[in-house]
Design a protein around this ligand. Sequence first.
Ligand SMILES: [Cu+2]
Length: 633
Amino acid sequence: MLSSLHLSRLLVGSALCLSASLVGAQSFRVQCPNSTITHPVAANNNSEPAYVGPTYTGTNGYGSTPAHVNGAIKCQQISGGDGYAAMGDGTQTYLFSFGPLSGITDIALGKPGTQFPAVFNVPFPVSTSNFLVPGDPATTINAATVPLTPAQLTTLANYNYNGAVGLIPNIANLETIYDLSESGHTVTVVTNTPLDLNLKVGQQVVIAGGTDVPAGYQGTKTVTAVNVANPFFPANFAFQYAATATGLANVNQSPTATAAIPSSIDGHVDPRQIMDVGVMNGNIPAPLMAIDEDDEFFLTLTNVGMIMRPDLFEQHTVHFHGYPNASAFYDGVPDASVAINIGASFTYYYLAPDAGTYFWHCHITPPEHLQMGMVGQLYVRPRQNRVAAGANLYTARATQDTDLRTACVSANDILCSNPLPVANTGAVQVAGGQYAYNDGDGSTRYDVEYPLQIHGFDPNFHFVGMTFNPEGFADMKDKYFLLNGRSYPDTVSPGPLQTQSADGVNHFSQPLPAIINISAGQRALLRISDLDVSEYQTLASLGIPMQVIGYNAKLLRDQAGNNLYYTTNSITLGGGESLDVILDACAVRGPAPTYTCTTPMAAGIYYLYTPNLDHLSNDAENFGGLMTEVHVN
Ligand SMILES: [Cu+2]
């Protein structure tokens, strides 16, 4: 399908203009740099460094070098295409959807698919007996049962491939050399062909030649400059490196001199692996993403096409909803940014600015693509998680105000979303402490966190969407009510839920269970987002009060620093809204700054369910819908 598509594009292109067809050619590709200007040391970008001070301390603009390197680099690849999901009554529903094309094991285990470069930039270890096949990882672990058996869940965990699907090394490249010359220790190499586009400063090249090439030129060298002006050819024929020996004689038109550029990982992909794994691998909700404040996030969207709707040439985009994006270019709104066609990839760039719970979706014909399934959650963890153990949280929060980019001072910023607390409570970071926000008083600390995505489906809209009929936008009416893409009782099935798609292969279509497990005395953060297109959704907690601490990715605190958290037994959200809620499995908790639990709650099973009773159903089936269990263990 892909090749015929390319062919038709080339034919159309050549009819108009031959060169335009070449420029217009698209392809799959991933991007995940190991280092950047603000994260310059590759070896430091595969873990989150401790937060010890502001990235920049200047009073305007950015300095050239960060004072402290904060955050790391994260990468993820997703497919845009179609797939199927299974509803609570067993009905298969057709989706327009995003699926995982990296972190495929983590996603299937219900975790975010976001990875450090050291994990993402790893090709699948292909051999004659080991290769990616349609439906992976469900196919390889032979996931014939629902839910998976404990042994299958172990096999899934051991599968453990989380790199970018399709990634293959760039082929080695050998170029003949026209001229070698030295000035001081700097050698300029002019080759006979334009340089490999991927040759970069810092890369290794092997210079070799016969007796006509002085030994001082030869060996493995590190490129110090590319695109160097020279007397012979255009600049893109030449590069430089540093030699140990000086005074080397000029070599011109050598019959033997060569520059060998070894194979390397630079984002090239094998489209077969992408199509095998990406086609019909739709997930609902869309793949989970999680980044830390100060991270640079490279998200590659690869459009694999919708097999069930070959009449459509749908573009897809990624829009981070409610997220403070610096540039419209990466915002995904098609009128103001890039949208890619079938057979192409596009890498979005984000700098993680404010902690909180957000969601993301495709922004092409939003009512249609969202209803059909192209929507999921993302969240940003706060800097406060990385404060050193024992450090005062109020002081650490105040330090963030010395960085212009992260400053949040109510006195001169009425939009400050995360003011300092009204007083220093003396709360300190405990080793490994995790928080929902940069609270400065430890009040948003939690022990476990759960994404809880509320959603609804109109099966009629999905059916006409699959069968080439006009969709009734104004008639949309939810009949299935979903938590993390599943209706009760599927919400409490452990492990990934799978669906056989039209390709005859099982795919992990709904990886996220919605069982909340809390140890008695501990606190769970529920990151609740409403992904619904047509309805308000209400969720009630029976037996454990919900403490609401954040709304639409903003800490609930007034500009004077008073916490406005409130305790309730139900919350209501419209589509596109999010809430951060703490469920506390502690009956009696001590005061600030330690909030020690003195009387844990009794172990047992509690319920999260919707009090909109018509939403407790799976289409024609009574009982089901928007409900899950909270297990206090
Ligand atoms: Cu779309």
